[in-house]
Design a protein around this ligand. Sequence first.
Ligand SMILES: [Fe+2]
Length: 194
Amino acid sequence: MNTYVTGNTIKQLREARKMTQGALAEKIGVSSKAISKWETAKGLPDISLLQPLAQALGISVIELMNGQCITNKNVSANMLRSKFYACPVCGNVVHSLGNAVVSCCGITLPALEAEEVDDDHTVTVENVEDEHFITVHHPMTKQHYISFLVFVTSDRFQMVKLYPEGNAETRLQLRGRGYLYYYCNQHGLFQKKV
Ligand SMILES: [Fe+2]
């Protein structure tokens, strides 16, 4: 992650849009020499220029700062491709149908990569009437706990927020096949096919 826009990012985005240095300069009201300086790391755009620069390059300021440009193709096609982002500072959880640049508490959050269930994070799913009772076998202390649990199918998303004071269990209606995800604040995201 970059902490400020880099010359490389500006150059790559400008070239991807088949824009000359002069054309970009004109759009944001600076000289083409200024653009050339930024791109060769001999200067940086003033912070007041970030918004017009991002707009001219067709991305958000946060993408410009990170050097990441996100483009999704038809994200609504399948919820099974969902991404989760968890903030290590405040515990915020963000769900996205596709890739995104997500920022919270001043941190750009990576999409969580789900792992297969391990011996310290096993889960059982029991049928109770028309619901399923889900238990994650894991401690629930303030330092180490399961923070959320999600069941995703191709067209549905159910999320349960868990808290250290409670148990790592919940009831969910599991209609159809999908994936159960749960997130340990210390060990990350786990997934199990249901
Ligand atoms: Fe854990």
